[in-house]
Write a protein that binds this ligand. Structure first.
Ligand SMILES: NC(=O)c1ccc[n+]([C@@H]2O[C@H](COP(=O)([O-])OP(=O)(O)OC[C@H]3O[C@@H](n4cnc5c(N)ncnc54)[C@H](O)[C@@H]3O)[C@@H](O)[C@H]2O)c1
Length: 480
């Protein structure tokens, strides 16, 4: 299967736009194809709209962004790409026809995946040329921020196709969940629909409004679900004897039953209640405004989960490991000799205090990320950490020199001032705005520690040599 440099998108609506934003962000070129020429403007706007949230997801060094092009010629797209992701409307016959057609215009080793929310891969691949390269890859909206993608093959899909699809999706920061069997609705939509059916019943019966039902999730189970799924949560709810006690206690309710299996009829009255309810919840805010709020929250949640290496946070951590490793790899021939280590970001809204500028404890956060980038350059990675060796910060001298305002571009450089076998001194400089205003400096001393015994210990010889080279090459620089 191919190394994917160019992704082809078939259908560029909500989901096609999300795939484009994610792939471009992680350095993959995208050729987007849609039968409607006006979708070009739409997909470019969708990519632009996703950019601020994506830019805040990680400090890890990213490859140059991919290039986006658009065509209404599906065959031309198919002939030029390494992987095709189909995102056209959820209609079996339409998808079957378009997938079969496209499969005749691309090489047999180009994987074709479908974003279908619930159609079966065996049905979709039926008329295709080389159907073994087809699978379902079902993402979640917004595709550029939610890592889950459900992967499932049909009867004719090869194991190599699933393995290659996993590689691509992992590369662009996703969590591929491979299904054991194809079933209508896959796993997640089956669960989501069960919840939604109950919502529709309760709104229909006049038991609760859409807002009250959303509150019943947002203030409670929704918070837990980001870290642990329903099964683990119920295991904890059973106390010391876990799931066994939980089933004994609540098992009988399953027979009552609390829930209804058939969805209610979608009457005009029910549709009106659902629409009026959600409009009241939106309280005049536009879809774009609400999307921004959702996206900012999704970024913040993933960063918190990353600290605990759990759920989507573990995916983010693994992605960062890969990005740092790739950057170190590509920088090795000349990078270690370059004088300063540098990270780029911008002032995030949550970093700004009531005065409207970046609050100073966030400087320490940026310096922490800058140290992380320096570590990777000199070979201090997860394996080094796991070997029981690390540098600990022992003091910081912070100088606040100017103000940084929300959304201003921000970057930090790190200069090695001195290094011996146990001590490292660095100076971070934080610049912002188009004029590179120096906002703060932070001079730090770090001590190399054997983390198993909690005592200072000599650092790895090669790491020290690399730090010393950075120190020498920066010595002549005139800096504040
Ligand atoms: N919206 C979601 O939350 C969501 C989530 C996961 C998966 N999906 C799945 O993704 C797919 C697309 O959903 P969407 O919400 O992006 O739909 P959408 O209506 O926003 O976009 C569909 C696009 O396909 C284009 N199109 C129609 N016929 C075409 C053809 N023959 N060739 C090329 N383009 C064509 C349309 O012009 C449109 O731009 C569906 O299968 C859906 O089930 C949707």
């Amino acid at each position: 299967m191919r190394n994917v440099r160019t992704l082809g998108l078939l259908g560029t609506g909500v989901i096609g736009g999300g795939w484009a934003a994610r792939a471009l962000h992680f350095g993959i070129d995208v050729i987007a194809a849609d039968t409607k020429p006006e979708m070009e403007g739409w997909i470019r706007a969708a990519v632009e709209n996703a950019a601020p949230a994506l830019a805040r997801l990680t400090f890890a060094p990213l490859p140059p962004k991919g290039k986006l092009s658009f065509t209404t010629d599906l065959h031309a797209m198919a002939a030029r790409v390494d992987f095709i992701q189909e995102n056209i409307p959820e209609q079996l016959e339409l998808k079957q026809r378009v997938l079969a057609d496209v499969s005749r215009h691309c090489a047999a080793d180009v994987i074709i995946a479908s974003s279908t929310s619930g159609l079966m891969p065996t049905d979709l691949q039926r008329e295709m040329v080389a159907p073994e390269r087809f699978c379902v890859a079902h993402p979640f909206n917004p595709v550029y921020l939610l890592p889950l993608v459900e992967l499932v093959g049909g009867k004719l899909t090869s194991a190599q196709t699933i393995a290659a699809a996993r590689r691509l999706f992992t590369y662009i920061g996703m969590h591929p969940l491979t299904l054991r069997h194809e079933i209508p609705g896959h796993l997640t939509d089956r669960l989501q629909e069960a919840l939604w059916r109950e919502i529709l019943h309760m709104v229909n019966d006049g038991v609760a409004s859409t807002g009250e039902l959303d509150d019943s999730i947002v203030y409670g189970p929704g918070l837990r679900w980001a870290a642990m799924g329903t099964n683990m949560i119920y295991h904890l709810a059973g106390g010391e004897s876990g799931m066994r006690h939980m089933l004994a206690q609540f098992g009988p309710c399953l027979k009552w039953p609390w829930t209804k299996l058939e969805a209610p009829e979608l009457t005009e009255q029910l549709i009106d209640r659902m629409v009026e309810g959600t409009e009241a919840q939106a309280a005049g805010r536009s879809i774009r405004e609400l999307e921004r709020l959702r996206d900012d929250s999704l970024v913040a949640i993933q960063q918190v989960l990353r600290q605990y290496n759990i759920g989507a946070g573990a995916t983010l951590r693994a992605l960062e490991e890969r990005l740092y490793a790739d950057a170190a790899q590509s920088a090795r021939p000349h990078g270690v000799a370059a004088a300063l280590s540098r990270i780029d970001t911008h002032v995030r809204p949550e970093w700004v205090d009531y005065n409207g500028h970046m609050t100073d404890f966030r400087y320490m956060q940026v310096f922490g990320e800058a140290m992380e980038a320096l570590y990777r350059r000199v070979g201090i990675d997860e394996a080094y950490r796991l070997s029981g060796r690390m540098l600990y910060t022992v003091d910081t001298h912070l100088a606040n020199l100017a103000e940084a305002r929300v959304n201003e571009p921000l970057y930090a450089t790190t200069q090695v001032l001195s290094v011996d076998d146990k001590r490292l001194k660095v100076k971070h400089r934080l610049y912002c705005g188009p004029a590179d205003k120096l906002v703060a400096t932070g001079e730090q001393t770090h001590l190399h520690v054997n983390t198993r015994v909690g005592k200072a210990s000599p650092m790895d010889e090669e790491v020290r040599r690399r730090l010393a080279r950075l120190c020498e090459s920066a010595a002549g620089l005139a800096q504040a």
